[in-house]
Design a protein around this ligand. Sequence first.
Ligand code: PRP
Length: 182
Amino acid sequence: MEKDIAQVLLSEEQLQTRIRELGQQLAQDYRGKNPTMVCILKGAIMFYTDLLRAMPIPLSMDFMAVSSYGNRTKSSGEVEIRKDLSTSIEGKHVVIVEDIVDSGFTLTYLTRLLQTRGAASIKLCTLLDKPSRRAPGITLKADYSGFEVGNEFVVGYGLDYAERYRNLPYIGILKPEVYENA
Ligand code: PRP
């Protein structure tokens, strides 16, 4: 796996330091609100478990798995729900936890969907943000964001290429020959 990585973009230490800051910020903002923390599988799993351990307040956990319909660049950004929440979010303060916001379609869709279910509030927390990749017409902004990244192909710490590299403890830039020769 390591041989396919051109460069470590964010080390374990950099990730953990920033995640502790985000956890403290969220704990401050959500103290007494018992938020429902929604993990968007699979990419966000590593971030989610570290983030929640950095939040010393009462909270609930829930999970969703989604995938985009067909060609994301041509679609309206509609996503298919592969696994839905197992609890009601009516009247709840919801924080959606993502690994990366790219075009912004997934989170725009999810935010609207969860709004229709009567959440008291919905905020977005992403580890990585690629603002340069936002699709035209998408105005989405994360409320909590770990790092802004450029247009590199990033893997590790939950993020995959063809389901690989998710278990790297850092975020690295994938060598182009890995996906160009696939
Ligand atoms: C990634 C990521 C977001 C979405 C972001 O998920 O976890 O859900 O893409 O892209 P967008 O801003 O362009 O909508 P992916 O579909 O790769 O699934 P995974 O998390 O299971 O790897």
